[in-house]
Design a protein around this ligand. Sequence first.
Ligand SMILES: [Fe+2]
Length: 417
Amino acid sequence: MSLLEQFVEFIEQVPVGSARAMSDRVLSRCRELTGAEAGTVFILRRRGKLRWLEAMSSQNAVVPTRNESFKVPVDEGSIAGYVAASGRTVFIDDAYDIPADRPYRFNPSFDRLTGFRTRSILCFALFSAPSRIIGTVQLINRRGDLPGEPLNFLPDHVAMIAPVNLIVGRAIERADHLERMALKNEKLRQRNHELVQERRRVEALRAETEHAFMLSVGLLARASELHDADTGNHILRVNEYAWLLAGLAGQPKAFCDEIRYSAALHDVGKMSIDKAILHKKGRLDAAEFREMQRHTVYGYEILKASDRLLMAAEIAHCHHEQWTGQGYPRGLVGEAIPLSARIVAIADVYDALRSERPYKKGFGHAQSLEIMRNGDERIDPINHFDPALLRLFAEHHQEFAEIWDRLRDAPPMTTPV
Ligand SMILES: [Fe+2]
């Protein structure tokens, strides 16, 4: 079997992607062929303009070699660095007696550390293509047949290895590439796993925060209701009517979701109104009436501080504005009134009609629908409501009735006689 065939055979036996196993076998075979006591295979690494050699395999038949990889810069200062930079083959008869005209120098630190004596050196470049160096092979101390001083390496040794240089170089480069890709993939997989975990943690935290936010909004709405008068599920129903009507009006999901919790806060400003005015039995005088109307402004002031409550703030501010401009506090007209507030105005009035209040009984759905469409002594739908929204309400009135039925207040407890 020819040398070339032997190399090809052992390269095929090495597992794909096992660059170190391959370089170990290449080094062993080079040492066998030349009779070298020791040697190192370096792989050339690149990052941008930076280039360095990384020891991939080190063998020494005399003293133990260091297991960890070490690096050598690609420059003319070291023997391997010079070979990697120039592509030239270097023969040295005695590492401690390198002629002064050579640019490189021998680094004796390994010898000092181990007591090993480096003498002859053969260092040549490994190629994966005629002008592409992928590393170097450094062989040390050619042993002769008889014990004694090491022999020098000869050009014949290089000539022996030269025919397989490209094959070996390509195989190591491919295996190294696959190995590094696998390592990179593993790192990416690990990073991806960490990101998924991190995303889950953030999601859980977000859900927790959202829950706390919704709870706070609900409690604030309930507190404002209790300050005014306990109107049972009024605020929950207004949320649901508003959500339904926003959807019927073709609003996106984000808008519908937001109005579903914001609507309940429409009267939060009543917490700032004196209870003497809020609960006064008789008619309010002009000053009291003006103060009562200011619950819209107070509500806006309370809610505007939070980005998450900006829709709630505009609803609180504008839910008593009227389509033709006769509402309060600013007398806005038509579409100058925020859509969310126009929606809540319809939801709030429908529910108020259905509900029992100290000054009125609760109306049935049919009577409430009639008032919403045609008005009564208190409600003038043409002036009060956005006509397009009112039309949607009238077309889908049964769905509003269903919300009322689903969330209707429990009847008052009666004492058994
Ligand atoms: Fe109000």
